[in-house]
Design a protein around this ligand. Structure first.
Ligand code: ASP
Ligand code: MG
Length: 446
């Protein structure tokens, strides 16, 4: 197996998109004897399915709207037998989804297992649609509706069991008589056959993992943007595509940068010789990701989070007391709040937690409950988090230059990233824009 191609959901919205997708896959299938295509759910469908689980009373309506969207695209893009067969498959899936929506209405409850089951319809329907469209355009393709990924039962964020999954996928390849195999991303199943999901955006991870399991030479992640960029083009007008990233750099940038990738996307790529390429459906330009830092790797990109809060927890009782940080962070876990950054001075008089503004209140409510026992005072400030990423940060003269720029903005905290390939600064909210622009200039213009 040479190549895995992942087709994102945001680029599956209309006829025009599918015409471009068909041509891309045609091109790649001519160059490779067998091709695996991993698909996400089509645009917005995963969000709509999440809505099915929240808006239980409206769930049959939302489900029928999802079905109609697929059928409409199918009717424009496939004909004859291909249309008929795929129409039957979509209708069967839609019936199944309807039955689930009715049962959650009766039970008035959605368990994590049922939620994953509901989410699985997005990728399964997309697989039916995309494989039919390919066949209708003369490409010999087969859609496999059950995920080859066998996982544990950690619903919502399942862990893949690689040995079992490898067997499944090897079997699929062995039994397939066509040269393009379309597989659903994002979803897996337990040994008992229950649907699981790998976490939001999990199709990228599906593609790299399958790439590892079949020893692919290359994984192409096809999206709307021409690769990973030096900064979010909406915030930095002169942002450019980064031609190459080492794995460490890619992990840092994909977590914080313009193009959000699933946090585990690059896990499978470590210690194997496989390239990941992020490319656009619409325009030229791509980013190649592989290997470790090389001598020629400079500064690569900026991440800029501008809607953050810094919670400062102050207590004399924290000093020298084992387990107090764990107590405070476990409150965040209980509240379901992601801690983006955490710091504590050696005097141990405070603990600072940076969290997204949208989730700050959930955590504050819980921390208030510890006032008087563990916590004396809680302070909340608006902050920005600005990160600069690149292997060159490891060079002292470069990190000194970056830190001296940041110093002008009076950072509240500084942190270093994985393998020392990034520096992150927490600054007061108003300073974020200028600091990020100044650092972005250093990347683009030296
Ligand atoms: N459809 C899933 C999501 O929207 C997975 C993916 O797109 O990668 O999160
Ligand atoms: Mg997606």
């Amino acid at each position: 197996m040479d190549l895995i191609v992942k087709i994102g959901g945001s680029i599956q919205k209309d006829e025009k998109d599918y015409e471009l997708i068909v041509e891309k896959i045609r091109k790649y299938s001519q160059k490779n004897s067998k091709l695996i295509v991993v698909t996400s759910a089509i645009k917005n469908v995963t969000n709509d399915l999440i809505n099915v689980t929240i808006n239980i009373d409206n769930s049959p309506d939302i489900a029928s709207e999802i079905y109609e969207r697929h059928v409409k695209l199918l009717s424009k893009l496939a004909d004859g037998k291909e249309f008929e067969n795929a129409f039957k498959d979509l209708s069967r899936l839609s019936d199944e989804l309807f039955r689930v929506t009715w049962s959650i209405r009766v039970l008035d409850e959605v368990t994590p297992r049922v939620k994953d089951y509901i989410l699985s319809f997005g990728e399964r329907m997309a697989t039916v649609l995309l494989s039919a469209v390919l066949r209708s355009n003369g490409i010999e393709a087969e859609g496999i509706l059950t995920s080859p990924l066998i996982t544990d039962d950690n619903y919502g964020e399942a862990n893949v069991i690689e040995e079992l999954s490898k067997k499944e996928i090897d079997n699929i390849i062995k039994n397939s008589k066509v040269n393009v195999i379309v597989l659903p991303g994002f979803i897996g199943r337990t040994k008992q056959g229950k649907y699981t999901t790998l976490g939001r955006g999990g199709s990228d991870y599906t593609a790299t993992l399958i790439g590892k399991l079949v020893r692919a030479r290359e994984v192409r992640l096809v999206t709307e943007v021409p690769g990973i960029m030096t900064g979010d083009p909406k915030k930095f007008s002169n942002a450019k595509t980064i031609p190459r990233l080492s794995l460490e750099e890619a992990i840092e940038l994909s977590q914080l940068g313009a193009k959000r990738l699933h946090p585990r996307t690059f896990d499978p790529v470590f210690n194997i010789d496989m390239k990941v390429i992020v490319e656009s459906l619409y325009e030229d330009g791509f980013t190649v990701i592989n290997g470790e830092c090389e001598k020629s790797d400079g500064l690569k990109g900026i991440s800029y989070l501008d809607n953050m809060k810094l919670i400062t927890v102050e207590s004399t009782k924290i000093v020298g007391k084992i387990g107090s940080a764990a107590k405070i962070t476990s409150e965040a876990k209980e509240a379901g709040v992601n801690i983006v950054s955490i710091s504590q001075p050696a005097s141990e008089t405070t603990i600072q937690l940076a969290v997204d503004s949208t989730s700050v209140n959930r955590l504050l409510e819980r921390l208030e409950g510890l006032k008087g026992t563990l916590i004396k005072n809680i302070d909340v400030n608006d902050i920005s988090i600005v990160g600069i990423i690149g292997c060159e940060i490891r060079k002292k003269e470069i990190s000194t230059k970056v830190i001296s720029i940041a110093a002008k903005y009076d950072p509240l905290a500084i942190a270093r990233g994985i393998s020392n390939v990034s520096l992150t600064f927490i600054v007061n909210k108003e300073e974020g824009e200028n600091l990020s622009k100044e650092l972005h200039e250093v990347i683009v213009n030296g």
